[in-house]
Design a protein around this ligand. Structure first.
Ligand SMILES: NC(=O)c1ccc[n+]([C@@H]2O[C@H](COP(=O)([O-])OP(=O)(O)OC[C@H]3O[C@@H](n4cnc5c(N)ncnc54)[C@H](O)[C@@H]3O)[C@@H](O)[C@H]2O)c1
Length: 486
């Protein structure tokens, strides 16, 4: 099938490459002509596993790049809109990029096409795209607007796309139903996986096809991201309680996640969610609810807990180091999560900015995100180092802010020798606390396993102490928090 993809960002580029990989002919369009020039020359602007291989396989054959939307529209049977939907100052999704593309397509249509909205958008957006085309004089016989939200995760985007646990099609009519199921047939019927060259990288072998109304599909995407953010904020709130009563959130997460109704994923506490999706999608979903007269206060709380996590971690750093002015801090991780170079809305950057504002000298390393971080952070915020060990050299403490697997495998005996003080603060509960301690370092994680702070200024002292005293005297089998704290 002939497919066009508008927007060559994280979603558009991965979608275009994966559609080519499963056998379709694809043109990917972007209005950033420099990006298109680089892509056409085989240069990949984002860090994503398997993407270089897919471009090597298909560039100039089944996959081509262009700045000419007209060419892409004329070429295809289905056109996927994958442009950004950033937050407006009031939290609503800014749909101007989607609207811009819809208007352009309206003037370029040359016959019946399925227009597929893949960007994450508020419910009702596909209806608005249809209205835009109709108002521009396009015949309703010449287009259908379907919703096909994308669930890929940056860092594992290619394997998520090719091995999805679900494909969601919000289809308004038979024509779009037929075209959309043909597009995804190699994944749905498993024929792609039979190819000896198929990308490996996921254990998911059965993909669930969900056919819904267009509005339901739009809502499923927002509700999914809001629910995942909620799960993260929930375990983060639980981690605060764990610290204050002397429990270990890792054990609590394991026990909680073993319930098949809850599941173990997204139950790892840390410095909070970030990235280009969760923060904006939670805000946008809350705005959708408000616009129809419902105050989705639960989401307000999800956002508040997420913000609190950053302040609590900064307080933890201060507790460990006493004052920050003049301290040299080795910071590992700037991307909003491991496996990606994306630093949009990264909690790591917020923390770096705060440490710097409090007078610390930040020596930072990230395996993929340093270039993007350098472009976003004001000059002089951090010194970027060539590797993790260089960041540690002469530093007063090591701080982990992104869950890159290589950070977990550092040689901590070497780290111990490089640091001025033996302090490790792990904002992602990534490291093996015991291995860190065995190397002679003091480990501070999130949600328990608490070390005595080196500083006399323990900001949580008044909260921790009564509980710790109780626990030291007689560790209870079953903790009734209210009674213990009373
Ligand atoms: N990044 C993710 O992990 C992810 C996952 C699922 C869904 N989404 C959603 O997908 C959408 C895109 O996200 P992204 O991260 O790929 O964004 P992005 O900012 O990386 O990419 C958007 C691209 O669209 C291009 N663009 C903008 N206007 C255009 C126009 N008129 N014509 C052609 N190109 C145009 C931009 O130049 C840019 O390259 C968003 O709605 C996002 O919420 C993102």
């Amino acid at each position: 099938m002939k497919i066009s993809v508008v927007g060559a960002g994280y979603v558009g580029l991965v979608s275009a490459a994966c559609f080519a990989e499963i056998g379709h002919d694809v043109i990917c369009v972007d209005n950033d002509s420099d990006k298109i020039r680089r892509l056409s020359a085989g240069e990949i602007p984002i860090h994503e596993e398997h993407l270089p291989l897919l471009l090597e396989r298909h560039l100039g054959q089944r996959l081509n790049f262009s700045s000419d939307l007209g060419e892409a529209v004329r070429f295809c049977e289905a056109i996927f809109i994958c442009v950004g939907t950033p937050p407006s100052p009031n939290g609503e999704a800014d749909l101007s990029y989607v609207e811009g593309v819809a208007r352009e397509i309206a003037h370029l249509l040359n016959g019946p096409k399925v227009i597929v909205e893949k960007s994450t958008v508020p419910v009702g957006t596909c209806e608005a795209v249809s209205r835009t085309l109709l108002l521009s004089g396009v015949s309703p016989m010449d287009f259908s607007v379907a919703s096909n939200p994308e669930f890929l995760r940056e860092g594992t985007a290619v394997s998520d796309f090719l091995f999805p646990d679900r494909i969601l099609l919000g289809v308004p009519d038979q024509r779009s139903h037929s075209i959309m199921t043909q597009i995804y047939a190699p994944i749905l019927n498993g024929s792609y996986y039979l190819s000896p060259d198929a990308i490996k990288g996921s254990t998911c072998t059965s993909t669930k096809l969900i056919i819904s109304s267009v509005k339901s599909a739009e809502l499923i995407k927002h509700a999914s991201n809001a629910f995942l953010a909620l799960k993260i904020s929930f375990i983060n709130a639980v981690s605060i309680v764990c610290e204050r009563v002397g429990a270990d959130v890792r054990q609590v997460s394991e026990g909680l996640g073993a319930d098949s109704r809850i599941g173990p994923r997204f139950l790892n506490p840390g410095i909070g969610y970030g990235g280009s999706c969760f923060p904006k999608d939670v805000l946008a979903f809350r705005s959708v609810a408000r616009s129809v007269g419902y105050d989705f206060n639960l989401l307000t709380e999800v956002i508040a807990i997420n913000e609190t996590q950053k302040s609590l971690f900064i307080a933890k750093i201060r507790n460990a180091l006493w004052t920050l002015r003049g301290k040299k801090l080795a910071v590992l991780g700037m991307a909003f999560k491991g496996g990606t170079d994306d630093v949009r809305d990264s909690p790591a950057l917020d923390i770096i900015l705060s440490l710097r504002a409090q007078g610390a000298e930040v020596r930072a390393f990230d395996p993929a995100a340093m270039k993007r971080a350098a472009a976003l952070l004001p000059e002089g915020t951090a010194t970027f180092t060539p590797d993790a060990y260089s960041a540690c050299t002469g530093a007063d403490a090591l701080i982990v802010l992104t869950e890159w697997p290589e950070f977990a495998n550092l040689d901590f005996a070497r780290v111990r020798k490089l640091l001025r003080f033996p302090i490790v603060l792990d904002g992602r509960n990534l490291l093996n606390a015991q291995a860190v301690r065995d190397a002679g370092l003091t480990y501070f994680g999130i949600g328990g396993d608490i070390e005595q702070p080196l500083s006399p200024l323990n900001q949580f002292e008044d909260i921790f102490d009564p509980v710790h005293v109780l626990y030291e005297q007689a560790p209870p089998q079953v903790v009734n928090t209210e009674t213990q704290l009373a």
